[in-house]
Design a protein. Structure first.
Length: 164
């Protein structure tokens, strides 16, 4: 992920401002996605994944547990991912609402950023019917000199700390 999109932030000054949402941002299929830090369990080097060729789900082992792996790249563009079996470098681990570990494999290291909650909007239900919006519930629009940057947020269900 190019540093120009997300400049480094000093983590030693962690603020308690309620207007900011801390997220882990990663790039996939030419789009940026984010998960709230509150749903992240751990980011690890990606272990070998046993894939199901007919779906975007697989499994991996993590510390003696079997983890469900969701291949978002295949889910976003099944026609391209079916022929590409690239070893992913990182696995973002989070917990489902049922308490199970779930992993998202990514190619590049994610960035930890703070999003102003005022820049986050709910995606309309009709927009969630097509990729890449089908896996996101919200979008953050960040103004940039060269145009706005859109970050699609995942894991923003009822347990999220965001009230939009």
């Amino acid at each position: 992920m190019p540093n120009s999109h997300f400049p480094p932030q000093r983590l030693s000054h962690i603020t308690s401002e309620v207007n900011l949402l801390k997220v882990l941002v990663f790039e996939m299929a030419n789009h940026f996605f984010a998960l709230p830090i509150s749903v992240i369990f751990k980011v690890i080097n990606c272990p070998p994944i046993t894939e199901n060729k007919d779906s975007s789900l697989g499994i991996a082992d993590f510390e003696g547990q079997t983890v469900t792996v969701v291949n978002l790249a295949q889910k976003l563009s099944p026609q391209n991912s079916a022929t590409q079996h690239i070893q992913k470098r990182f696995l973002i681990l989070s917990q489902t609402r049922q308490g199970e570990l779930c992993g998202i494999p990514i190619d590049k290291s994610p960035a930890l950023i703070e999003l102003p909650k005022d820049n986050i909007r709910s995606l309309p239900l009709s927009a969630r019917q097509v990729n890449p919006f089908s896996i996101a519930t919200h979008v953050a629009i960040l103004p940039k000199p060269e145009g706005s940057l859109k970050i699609f947020l995942l894991g923003m269900g009822e347990s999220s700390s965001l009230e939009v």
